[in-house]
Design a protein around this ligand. Sequence first.
Ligand SMILES: *Cc1c(COP(=O)(O)O)cnc(C)c1O
Length: 383
Amino acid sequence: MKFPSMAEADGRTLGDEEVAAVERVIRSGMLSSVWGTEARALEREIAQVYGSRHAIACSSGTAALHLSVVAAAPDPGDEIITTPITDFGTVAPILAQNAVPVFADVDPSDGNLDPGAVARVIGPRTKAIMAVHLFGAPAGIHELRALADEHGLVLIEDCAQAWLAELPGGELAGTTGHVACLSLQQWKHITCGDGGVAITGDDERARRMRLFSDKGWDRAAGRSHAAFGLNYRMTELQAAVARAQLAKLPGVVAARRRTALRLIEALKGLPGVRLPRPQGHAWWLFPIVCPDGDAPELAAHLAAAGIPARAGYLAEPLNRAPVWQAAIYGTARFPLDGYSPNPCPQAERMVDRTLLVIDWNENYTSEHVELIAREITNFRARA
Ligand SMILES: *Cc1c(COP(=O)(O)O)cnc(C)c1O
């Protein structure tokens, strides 16, 4: 059975609307968002969806995360607490600002940051917490916000995998932290190839992020540079496609929720399988925890049956990534001299043995769900 894939047209929602959007921009003659209208419109539309004062469109989710670290304004050597199970785009911006990533361990039921573990690594140099809503499951963001408030820290929410994920109170993931980031990369819920958006309710943080995304150029002041910045601008082509995609987002998430619930129903009570909690989940992937440690074997069984499933999600949790063994800036590592990342035993066990992820898609049918359920059940019956 062919599974729709986010790398192909059958697993994307790209259609006539996106074609028309690209044509509209090209025929206008203006492809840059500095003078065009599409990126500013996308920002208004995303700010409206999230009920946030500001949205800043930029070139990638990683760029949006870099802007959010800039908004947190760490001094070189300040620490930013984050999770070892995430895309490297969460961690790279910490290094880019010469801050120090401090890994905290995760909750082994869903791989999201464990607020208790975060509390244990807060120190005098901690500046911010970067939480990730992993695979679309809402992280314990209220607890993390309480910690951030208690210690005067900035809370950044990485929502790259969690478009329209909801917290227990019904609020959208991304509206509790000081800054949140979204990604429009090829493999996310909606895409324009690459793209990102940072949202915030804070005027000064928004100003800093906007300046950084445009070479520190205050366009109202002439050719004058107010701050250090890079060029992280989104193009009008990206923004126009993203706007067409944004209109389809509620349908994408609703369809993923429908089929994910069916799979949970089909697997309920199966021993050796810990199912994700569906509340508020946006189902970027469908994660399963195998507490007995046979996720790699189950993944191999599913892959052999043509199901897009992988064990571990990462080759190694980011606290074990080879990047920490080498020089980072030329031959130097400042401010990471003597740095070695914290052990995170829960995350390490998940990535090595217990975590399985199944690619999820809005175009899955009940046949896809039934095949997945059947093969997982078969594997368990044989084990
Ligand atoms: C994809 C992703 C990023 C990076 O986004 P890009 O748009 O690929 O730069 C960051 N964090 C998480 C959790 C992601 O899934």
